[in-house]
Design a protein. Structure first.
Length: 237
């Protein structure tokens, strides 16, 4: 039975998450503040932490940073009512594996938790045979800050099913974070060639081809093609 820590200062949100996850067969503990969450995470082992980004004492991103500093492999999903691209990207750069945007449904909660927990167990051998496994392992490598491994698994996902737009967009995101902007643009365009309605790739392409584009830098190498400071690409919804 997977153990999950729910961190939110709103009682109704905590109760909703706890009831939903207990009903799905998970063991759930709760924390009402950032300091409370850090105490729980320090004393117990959790398979997953659901962490609100807006807390009364410590900002959720700061809590995330401190948790990841103590336990680098800890899986954390951020909960936010402020689901901007910038917030989501900052959380992912810090090490969050995904995010939930309020208001959410019980099905969305269960799906995110199930997907994240399954992703953490995927082996490279499984990723060699399955498109979904390769895609999810690629995502896991992104949040573990292993971009070279992410590229490998995302390229494998494309080879296993070249008619899916998502891995092209994710690969573009990783390439862009590594500074390979021109290669990233090719991936965004490839995703849109497969599915012209795929909005994450459309947003990324528009941003990456703007005349005043500034690629992302924090903890990453400089842009090789333009030599500019970098900004964040858009994560998928």
């Amino acid at each position: 039975m997977a153990r999950i820590l729910v961190v939110d200062d709103e009682e109704n949100i905590r109760m909703t998450l706890e009831q939903c996850l207990v009903g799905a067969g998970y063991e759930v503990d709760v924390a009402v503040s950032g300091e409370h969450a850090l105490q729980k995470a320090e004393g117990d082992a959790f398979d997953l932490i659901l962490l609100d980004i807006k807390l009364p004492d410590i900002d959720g991103l700061q809590v995330l940073q401190r948790i990841k500093h103590r336990r680098p492999d800890q899986a954390v999903v951020m909960i936010t009512a402020y689901g901007t691209v910038e917030t989501a990207v900052e959380a992912m750069k810090t090490g969050a594996v995904d995010y939930l945007q309020k208001p959410f449904t019980p099905d969305e909660i269960r799906n995110v938790v199930s997907t994240v927990l399954s992703r953490e167990k995927i082996t490279p051998d499984e990723a060699e045979r399955s498109f979904e496994a390769a895609l999810e392992l690629g995502k896991a490598c992104v949040t573990r800050r292993r971009p070279d491994e992410a590229v490998l698994h995302l390229r494998r996902a494309i080879a296993l099913d070249p008619q899916k737009a998502q891995p092209y967009n994710l690969l573009g995101m990783v390439l862009e974070l590594q500074g390979a902007v021109l290669e990233a643009v090719k991936m965004y365009r490839a995703a849109l060639a497969i599915d012209p309605t795929y909005q994450p790739a459309a947003d990324n392409l528009e941003r990456a081809t703007e005349w005043d584009y500034r690629p992302p830098v924090e903890g990453l190498e400089e842009n090789r093609s333009q030599g500019k400071p970098e900004e964040e690409p858009k994560l998928e919804a």
